[in-house]
Design a protein around this ligand. Structure first.
Ligand SMILES: *[C@@H]1O[C@H](CO)[C@@H](O)[C@H](O)[C@H]1NC(C)=O
Ligand SMILES: *[C@@H]1O[C@H](CO)[C@@H](O)[C@H](O)[C@H]1NC(C)=O
Ligand SMILES: *[C@@H]1O[C@H](CO)[C@@H](O)[C@H](O)[C@H]1NC(C)=O
Ligand SMILES: *[C@@H]1O[C@H](CO)[C@@H](O)[C@H](O)[C@H]1NC(C)=O
Ligand SMILES: *[C@@H]1O[C@H](CO)[C@@H](O)[C@H](O)[C@H]1NC(C)=O
Ligand SMILES: *[C@@H]1O[C@H](CO)[C@@H](O)[C@H](O)[C@H]1NC(C)=O
Ligand SMILES: *[C@@H]1O[C@H](CO)[C@@H](O)[C@H](O)[C@H]1NC(C)=O
Ligand SMILES: *[C@@H]1O[C@H](CO)[C@@H](O)[C@H](O)[C@H]1NC(C)=O
Ligand SMILES: *[C@@H]1O[C@H](CO)[C@@H](O)[C@H](O)[C@H]1NC(C)=O
Ligand SMILES: *[C@@H]1O[C@H](CO)[C@@H](O)[C@H](O)[C@H]1NC(C)=O
Ligand SMILES: *[C@@H]1O[C@H](CO)[C@@H](O)[C@H](O)[C@H]1NC(C)=O
Length: 840
């Protein structure tokens, strides 16, 4: 029986071998004297890519193309002669280098089917395929004079770039095949726009088909699932001075085999090879549903794939044509229900003076197309007032990492409402309707002096009477013409429903404190109660009525925006529970005050021990190692295990608190996320973080990912081992602690790093820690381990690769944080043959 099976197998393989013509000669370069024939393929030195003649499935035409050598089914990543195929069975076709030094593809009759047009008339050139997948024509000195990366077809490989150079006029974009069996130019074109902020676009001929939304320096706002993983492979580098905007794929592990391509059906996809499963997987697709197709709901329409029907008009707008709209043709969009106050003829009525337009806040939005970026505005209020002052401004949005965007040029189009991620959009409306979702109405108005004065009086009045005499308040609002239905007002202002929701949620032990009780507990925020000052506000020690000690963080925000979002965020953050995170007990929001109440940890923060010559002795190696492990676990929980996936962004010694047993607890987590979500942080163009802990890609490019936290963790770890501040090594002739550590490490004296105040008891453990620390602070984010690996490495359950020298610590110029260099030694070469690509 088994004999028969193996015999069948042999026969099967024999037939396969015959059918696929794998026995093609392999060459490593093309020269004037040695052309490439259809019975040969050109292979990259690391055996990763292969170039040769191929016949697409279902076609009789032949083309010259490049594909991944070892993965089947193979994907053709580049085609030379896409629009001029070779005849079937043209044995004497060849790819050669002509007398002028250019590559030429000749058919059997000697006609040139395709050629390069490199300018330098080089005397001696050769062509080779690189391991990046770039097919290059080189001069006698092996410098590139032309590369297939300059002329992409439908595929973007990890070392390629797509984009625009406005100075030189160079454009790199992807264009789809006509069909799966025909590589000639198809309908769809994908590109990155050169506007600020840049957006990815797919066009169906000249019609926009898909848009990824504005790049916020770490993700595209219009791609919902980019936010969830925090590990998107897409990256954009825009240099306004140079006029360049480039998009590239940055793999999150190496070696990485994958690509992005635009399919003949118009889908932009990111694919990767899973070596375990031996198959290609789709990492991401756009568009992925009807909502994501450009302008599905027309102008002033908003799409939500969770609703039925998916389209609705923006608040204050009605369908252009009810008949069309109700029949499911939404492309006509919506029109304004009442004209804006600013459009009205002011001379006709004096009573309209106070009746200014308002803005309707929409959260978690894919922002509309055609934004104007106002680079001179640095905060949300400025953005609001600029938009309010110009009647043609239809909406604005202020995103911390981008700045102020306004929409004036065209109708608002291609809006989508997400269930997570996205940004806040403020749409101009004539007045605020209280139907629908009242908590979303943001009443902002008044630009005249009279208005401002009135407003001040009014706010004062509200603060005093709000709880007791809500009737007065309602009347004022009605006088102002801001409210249609006074009955709903209580809900709008007090957020009762939210408090009820909080109380009902059994899983949460979150307490809502009154501001008075906090004042009492902290002795009116007295200086003697002050524990510290952080990036987001001051921390005070408090003692509640029941005698419980707490730490109160008073957020330094003067903005009245986003109370609802603040509350939602707290509900989310309170769900983060881990023994290495500081526990949130409750909160308080009253008026402009936003306070967070945490458990109080008597041993305060790690820096009070670590950098104090008297107290550092208390931290022996055992305690230090336990602290390092604890921080790693807490961070791993934030990054991976929790429901939220939080990047801390400001990990440092003073943010590590110690409980009575010296267990570390990370504090301030979630605040970065909260500030981003609610856009309360005003000083936004400033990079949030602490000098010395910021990874190079964040400090210099503003790019933040989990791996930036890993970098901060690395610095923290080395500080704990050495008992020295990263920034304190300058006097001793080092740029910082990292360069000192690297020097000791490379001289084989790593143990000298150990804090002199304590005895070395477990030298191997110490060295392993330093090793992990150095791995975490490598310049390229992709070279750093993730927190899972860090935890495994610390426990000795995982091998440690050699760290690379942190270049950033020695030179101040901008490191190249584009694509990590390919590491030849890591590629594992296996010679699986390729069945789709046929010879001849
Ligand atoms: C072409 O490849 C051969 C064999 O690998 C090598 O000897 C030769 O130097 C290469 N020529 C060029 C121009 O790279
Ligand atoms: C490939 O084809 C060319 C031209 O037809 C011929 O000169 C060469 O000998 C062939 N090589 C092999 C390995 O079959
Ligand atoms: C080629 O096409 C046939 C029929 O359309 C299909 O069954 C087969 O899976 C295709 N092969 C590849 C590699 O796509
Ligand atoms: C080749 O390049 C030159 C100048 O660089 C240009 O004038 C010419 O039209 C190009 N030819 C082709 C076939 O693209
Ligand atoms: C090219 O190089 C050859 C020898 O290497 C030389 O004889 C010939 O004159 C050169 N041609 C040109 C145009 O430089
Ligand atoms: C090759 O390099 C040499 C020395 O650097 C230089 O003189 C020569 O012009 C170069 N040749 C080409 C074709 O670039
Ligand atoms: C692309 O545009 C053509 C008309 O130019 C249209 O017929 C086709 O349906 C469009 N394709 C998609 C996927 O929308
Ligand atoms: C497509 O969207 C659905 C939700 O609408 C999501 O679950 C799925 O992962 C998405 N697929 C890709 C490839 O992005
Ligand atoms: C949908 O409506 C637009 C105009 O509002 C019209 O041009 C288009 O033909 C309609 N499409 C269908 C399928 O009826
Ligand atoms: C504004 O009012 C004046 C006088 O009442 C009238 O002449 C003018 O046409 C009005 N403008 C608009 C835009 O309605
Ligand atoms: C309002 O914005 C439009 C479009 O950007 C601009 O043309 C116009 O000059 C602005 N008007 C004022 C008064 O700023």
């Amino acid at each position: 029986m088994s004999l028969m099976i193996s015999w069948c197998f042999c026969l099967f393989f024999f037939i396969l071998l015959q059918a696929c013509q794998i026995a093609r000669g392999v060459v490593y370069n093309i020269t004037t004297l040695e052309p490439l024939f259809p019975n040969q393929t050109l292979v990259s030195s690391g055996q990763i890519f292969e170039l040769g003649f191929f016949k697409p499935n279902g076609s009789e035409n032949h083309f010259v193309g490049i594909w991944y050598k070892n993965f089947t089914p193979s994907k053709i990543v580049w085609v030379a002669n896409r629009n001029l195929p070779l005849m079937y069975r043209d044995w004497s076709a060849k790819l050669t280098i002509g007398g002028d030094g250019n590559l030429k593809l000749m058919d059997g009759r000697g006609n040139i089917v395709w050629s390069t047009n490199a300018s330098g008339q080089s005397n001696y050139t050769s062509a080779a395929l690189l391991d990046s997948g770039n097919f290059v024509l080189q001069d006698a000195n092996y410098s590139e004079i032309w590369g297939s990366f300059d002329d992409p077809t439908d595929t973007l490989l990890p070392s390629m770039k797509m984009g625009v150079n406005a100075r030189t006029g160079e454009k790199y974009y992807l264009s789809s095949w006509r069909s799966d069996s025909d590589p000639s130019l198809g309908s769809f074109l994908s590109e990155i726009t050169s506007e600020t902020p840049p957006q990815p676009f797919t066009w169906n001929h000249s019609t926009p088909y898909w848009r990824g939304g504005q790049w916020d320096k770490s993700k595209f706002i219009g791609i919902q699932n980019m936010d969830q993983s925090y590990s998107s492979m897409m990256n954009v580098q825009q240099d306004i001075q140079q006029g360049t905007t480039y998009f590239s794929i940055v793999p999150y592990n190496s070696p990485f085999f994958g690509y992005m391509f635009v399919s003949p059906q118009g889908y932009l996809k990111v694919m990767y090879w899973d070596d375990g499963a031996k198959a290609w997987f789709t990492d991401w697709t756009g568009p992925n549903n009807t909502c994501e197709i450009y302008g599905t709901c027309g102008p002033f329409g908003v799409c939500n794939s969770m609703n039925l029907p998916i389209c609705r008009c923006l608040n204050g707008f009605v369908p252009m044509s009810n008949e069309e709209w109700n029949s499911g043709n939404w492309t006509g969009g919506c029109v304004r229900e009442t004209e804006l106050n600013c459009q009205k003829n002011t001379s006709t009525s004096a009573s309209t003076i106070l009746k200014k337009d308002a803005f309707w806040q929409m959260s978690q939005m894919k922002l509309p197309d055609s934004a104007d970026y106002l680079s001179d505005i640095g905060d949300q209020e400025g953005c609001l007032s600029r938009c309010l002052s110009n009647c043609s401004c239809l909406a604005y949005s202020y995103v911390n990492t981008i700045g102020c965007m306004v929409w004036t040029k065209e109708d608002l189009i291609d809006l989508e409402e997400f269930s997570t991620a996205g940004a806040d959009l403020f749409v101009r409306v004539a007045h605020v309707k209280t139907g629908g979702s009242p908590q979303k109405a943001v009443i902002i108005s008044l630009s005249t002096v009279a208005g401002i004065m009135f407003f001040a009086v009014f706010v004062f009045g509200v603060c005093k009477w709000r709880t007791k005499k809500e009737g007065n308040f309602r009347i004022i609002l009605r006088l102002l013409g801001w409210v249609d239905k006074p009955e709903r007002l209580g809900e709008l202002l007090q957020g009762n429903s939210w408090e009820e929701q909080l109380k009902q949620d059994d899983a949460l032990e979150l307490t809502l404190f009154s501001f008075d009780s906090i004042l009492l507990a902290t002795n009116k925020f007295s200086m003697t109660n002050k524990l510290g000052q952080g990036g987001f506000g001051s921390v005070y020690k408090g003692k509640m009525n029941d005698g419980r000690e707490v730490a109160v963080k008073r957020l330094s925000s003067s903005s009245a925006q986003g109370v609802q979002e603040f509350k939602n965020e707290i509900i989310l953050i309170s769900k983060l529970q881990h023994r290495n995170l500081v526990k949130l007990i409750g909160c308080c929001t009253e008026g402009d005050e936003k306070l967070l109440v945490y458990e109080y940890l008597p041993n305060k923060s790690l820096d009070t021990f670590l950098f104090d010559s008297g107290k550092k002795v208390e931290l022996d190696w055992g305690k230090r190692f336990k602290i390092i492990e604890g921080i790693a676990r807490g961070l791993l929980y934030l990054h991976r295990d929790s429901c939220l996936r939080v990047i801390h962004r400001d990990l440092k010694v003073s943010n590590i608190l110690l409980d009575e047993k010296m267990n570390p607890k990370i504090s301030d987590f979630g605040l970065a996320r909260m500030f981003e979500g609610t856009q309360v942080l005003v000083n936004t163009h400033k990079i949030v973080g602490t000098l010395g802990y910021m990874s190079p890609e964040y400090a210099m490019g503003g790019i933040f990912s989990e791996r930036s936290d890993v970098y901060s963790f690395g610095v923290l770890l080395l500080e704990i081992v050495s008992g020295k501040k990263n920034t304190a090594m300058y006097d001793q002739g080092y740029l910082n602690l990292l360069s000192y550590v690297w020097q000791l490490w490379s001289e084989g004296k790593a143990l000298d790093l150990m804090d002199e105040a304590i005895a070395v008891s477990f030298p191997l453990e110490v060295i392993r820690c330093i090793h992990v620390g150095l791995l975490c602070v490598q310049d390229h984010a992709m070279d750093r381990p993730n927190m899972m690996n860090v935890v495994l490495m610390l426990s000795g359950e995982s091998d440690l690769p050699q760290p690379r020298q942190p270049i950033f610590t020695f030179q101040t110029e901008m490191p190249n944080h584009g694509i990590p260099s390919q590491k030849e030694s890591l590629w594992s070469v296996n010679t699986v043959t390729n069945t789709m690509v046929e010879g001849r």
